[in-house]
Design a binder for this molecule. Sequence first.
Ligand code: GUN
Ligand code: FE
Length: 446
Amino acid sequence: MHTPGASNLQVLRDTLIAVDRNGIISSVTNADSQHYTALLQQAENSHQLTSLTDTQFMLPGMVDLHIHAPQWPQLGKNLHLPLQDWLMDCTFPLEAKYADTEFADTMYRSLVDTLISNGTTSAVYFATIHRQATQILADICVEKGQRAWVGRVAMDDPDQCPDYYRDQSTRTGLAQTEQLIHSIRAIPGNENGRVQPIITPRFIPACTDDMLQGLGKLASRYNCPIQTHCSESDWEHQYVIDRLGKTDTEALRDFGLLTRKTVLAHSNLLTDTDMDTIAAHQSGIAHCPLSNNYFAGCVFPLRAALDKGLNVGLGTDISGGPSASMFDSCKHVISASRMLESGTNPDLAANQRGVPDTRSDFIEAFYLATAGGGQVLDQNIGKFEPGYHFDALLVETNASGSNLQVFAALDSDEDIFQKTLYGVTRANIHSVWIDGKPVGTSQQAT
Ligand code: GUN
Ligand code: FE
């Protein structure tokens, strides 16, 4: 099952998906096709066939557009604090520990393994300010076969970054970012570019104007993707207006940081004009609905963004969002949109409580988590179509320890899909493939 469109769930029953040596889907052939029998025979003869049982089906792999890799040990902690305190008192001290490369190696291995086991086949990572630890994260992604974008976090402004966790200078920060662009592209085994460097100003408050300008130049010089936080919370949004006299979006555009390859995390407080600007630059948004509960103070206007034609995908925002599962992100897309639509304050009359026609459903949420993320990254991922990378999950509905219960006499394919979105756990994610290769350590399909 896959969602080639935001309101289009396709069930590919009795279908052969052929994958070439490079892990690209070469054909998708239904049993009705005249080629089916010959293709099936060919796959069986070459012992290259993976078949599914009645309790199994495949989904495209999940695309997580926003993960803070170093915050992994903080998952599920410290979320009672507002963003500024959470950064200063908990998150910066934790991220500073990644000066220790052994610590980094342990934490990053645990994270990448866990994400793959949860079905995240593409991951866009913020690392830390440390060049070596960032390189380690990229090396681990190459070793484990995960499709990944790995960014050294740039943060050089003494006003917002503590002495113990800040780029030594703008110049050294830019130099280390540039070094990593080269060294990540050159990792042995990464000739196909499955793991890419990504330019990562943490957010405007943490960076000087010179840093932001310099990173914009690097992005253009090396044709490198970019990620940052954009208009996440009232505090952060207002800070940028006070400092620069413009919104995050306008400032990022003026620093050369709004490109087809930019991923803007959150983007909750965008103005109408900001949305037009982002659409004009074809930049993408990482909607992080779970994290927004804690730090944003509002719900991302998903419907407005989609109506404007913006590219939108989803992020967990580990550890601002306390879940490693993109299926949880899907659920929170739905519940956040329902809250926005109906409103939340029972003291208001029902017809004054919310924003009409803003709900999102399970098909759209899954689309955003897969093909929508692919669109943001400008990659052929997230669908079972010829020319797309074969990044996929095998869901076993009849797994031991499963919360997901399918009743064949009652549940249609669409029901099973919706139930999976709400009820899947690691126990059900039987196998994971990236570029046609089995990855991860769980029960592998043959
Ligand atoms: N803004 C700047 N840094 C961060 C971070 O680590 N997490 C979130 N959610 N917002 C940020
Ligand atoms: Fe974040």
